[in-house]
Design a protein around this ligand. Structure first.
Ligand SMILES: Cc1cc2nc3c(=O)[nH]c(=O)nc-3n(C[C@H](O)[C@H](O)[C@H](O)COP(=O)(O)O)c2cc1C
Length: 172
């Protein structure tokens, strides 16, 4: 069995998917991993739209050039009424953070099942609202194409280019 560190190291952003579809049981497992993620006050404001129909995928392709041929794309939003508003910081709430940790669980569970993914924020949230007729109280955060890498697709050279721990971690 792979250790968590091996899984985390091996995961990479897939930027070219084959036609092979993500199996239903794997997709369910992937979504369930998101469902057990922590969120502020356990409010679970995340909403996940599974874009799989021809019509939905066409809209996803209209929204971004970064679906990379995937036949399943997840759209993550949060419900503004369900976020945790930080006390004394009315302008700040947990919405984006909650979605980020849910999406991270999903990305790593997918990798554990051999399913590739890419975190995509190259899209206009307003256009996503319009194309998918999202409720007004939701904020789109990211898209995540899922699937199996096309032949010849692998990690980009920058995948292993990480800053030294000393540059990003400070002991006080
Ligand atoms: C917040 C965030 C936004 C990203 N947005 C995009 C995107 O819009 N399009 C894309 O192709 N990749 C996107 N990526 C993937 C990054 O380019 C990729 O994670 C980074 O280059 C490191 O590569 P690796 O994931 O293979 O290690 C995004 C990643 C993160 C975490």
């Amino acid at each position: 069995m792979k250790s968590f560190m091996e899984l985390a190291r091996e995961r990479y952003s897939v930027k070219g998917f084959s036609e092979r579809k993500v199996e239903e049981d794997k997709l369910t497992q992937i979504l369930e991993a998101g469902n057990v993620a922590p969120t502020a006050k356990n409010n679970q404001p995340q909403r996940i739209y599974v874009l799989k129909s021809e019509e939905a995928l066409k809209k996803a392709q209209e929204l971004t050039i970064c679906t990379y041929g995937a036949s399943t794309v997840l759209l993550f939003t949060y419900n503004q009424q369900e976020v945790y508003v930080y006390p004394g910081e009315e302008a700040f709430d947990s919405g984006a953070e909650d979605v980020a940790i849910v999406a991270t669980h999903i990305m790593l569970q997918a990798a554990d099942l051999g399913v590739g993914s890419c975190w995509v924020n190259r899209f206009e949230p307003a256009k996503a609202m319009e194309l998918f007729d999202l409720p007004e109280n939701e904020t789109p955060v990211l898209l995540m194409p899922l699937g199996y890498p096309k032949e010849g697709v692998g990690p980009l050279p920058n995948h292993t280019a990480k800053k030294a721990l000393e540059e990003t971690v400070k002991y006080l």
